[in-house]
Ligand binder design. Structure first.
Ligand SMILES: Nc1nc2c(ncn2[C@@H]2O[C@H](COP(=O)(O)OP(=O)(O)O)[C@@H](O)[C@H]2O)c(=O)[nH]1
Ligand SMILES: [Mg+2]
Length: 308
């Protein structure tokens, strides 16, 4: 699916390339782009397998993603997952296909459903603003979540169908929604699988709608809120743990012997309404009394990927 705000003709070639990769459907959301973009969207809509959804006014990338998720869940035949990609030519169709392949290879009865991130490399050829912004966000994200992700801002993501209902309930209408999704998944034990993709910046990223002040503030607010709520969750866990620690081991539940580990290369999930639908690989900490207790919730275990 592709959220599009005032796209250029590159969206047409991207759509053709996506179709050539054999995707089940292409969902494009025209987010109040305006009448001058009608001809482009009309020719997109005329192509077989393309579903065009429209917002009457610009509502933001996050809102457009949710519109597409709703549509995919309610109107399309069941699929294994969804790949989100940008409309402006920053994502190559081959990379979109690679992210889709990563979802398919990781979703299965024995492997927890992962999220997949198409991750860019931020070398010197990347515009300074994007390079610095991404590095700073990556550092802060790692600090607040404990998870190292090479590219927190990537718009190329793979999501298994089963997580969409929960992502639909999350707040966020603009770019910060993508950060909210990432922190939510992370908090619930999903370690993103990272697939390296080409780093494409066209014309110094001039077509970007990202407002460095307003949109960055929204993203950092999401991270700040995540940090504070993690601290509160850790405090509650600690209090609960202190309360149950004296219980005799006979009154506590032993760890499940049916827990299965993740498929190599896929993430593990530890705790979530989503996770309840899969066998849990949740680690449990032994206690001297013989009791076991869940690992405290402040996000996260070993990341899969250590870029630097
Ligand atoms: N639907 C929708 N898509 C948006 C909006 N803003 C950006 N996008 C899309 O999100 C993708 C990335 O946006 P862009 O402005 O290029 O951000 P950047 O690449 O991070 O600098 C592109 O596909 C845009 O068309 C918006 O308000 N609504
Ligand atoms: Mg862009």
């Amino acid at each position: 699916m592709v959220p599009a705000r005032a796209p250029g003709p590159e969206l047409l070639s991207l759509a053709a390339a996506i179709r050539a990769h054999g995707f089940g459907a292409l969902v494009v959301v025209d987010d109040g782009s305006g009448p001058e973009h009608d001809p482009l969207f009309a020719s997109l809509a005329a192509q077989q397998g393309t579903h065009l959804l429209r917002h009457a006014v610009n509502l933001g990338k996050g809102r457009a993603l949710k519109t597409a998720f709703h549509y995919i869940l309610t109107e399309l035949p069941p699929v294994q997952g969804v790949v989100t990609a940008d409309a402006d030519g920053q994502h190559a169709a081959a990379d979109i296909a690679a992210v889709a392949a990563a979802i398919v290879s990781c979703v299965g009865p024995a492997s927890p459903a992962p999220a997949v991130l198409g991750t860019r490399a931020f070398g010197p050829y990347v515009p300074l603003r994007s390079r610095l912004g991404n590095r700073l966000t990556r550092i802060i994200f790692r600090f607040v979540s404990g998870v190292q992700v090479a590219d927190t801002q990537t718009g190329l993501r793979g999501l298994p169908l089963a997580v969409l209902p929960e992502l639909l309930r999350l707040e966020g209408e603009r770019y910060e929604y993508e950060m909210t999704m990432l922190t939510y998944l992370c908090r619930h034990g999903v370690r993103p699988v990272e697939v390296p993709i080409s780093t494409i910046y066209i014309d110094g990223n001039r077509s970007s709608h990202f407002n460095p002040v307003r949109d960055s503030m929204r993203i950092y607010f999401v991270l700040a809120r995540f940090y504070v709520s993690s601290l509160i969750a850790a405090a509650i866990d600690f209090t609960g743990f202190s309360a149950i620690a004296p219980l005799p081991s006979a009154l506590t539940v032993p760890p499940s012997s049916s827990a299965t580990g993740p498929t190599p290369g896929c993430s593990s999930r530890v705790e979530s309404p989503v996770a309840a639908r899969w066998p849990s690989a949740r680690p449990r900490w032994p206690h001297p009394s013989g009791a076991t207790t869940p690992r405290p919730r402040r996000c996260c275990s070993t990341p899969l990927h250590s870029p630097d």
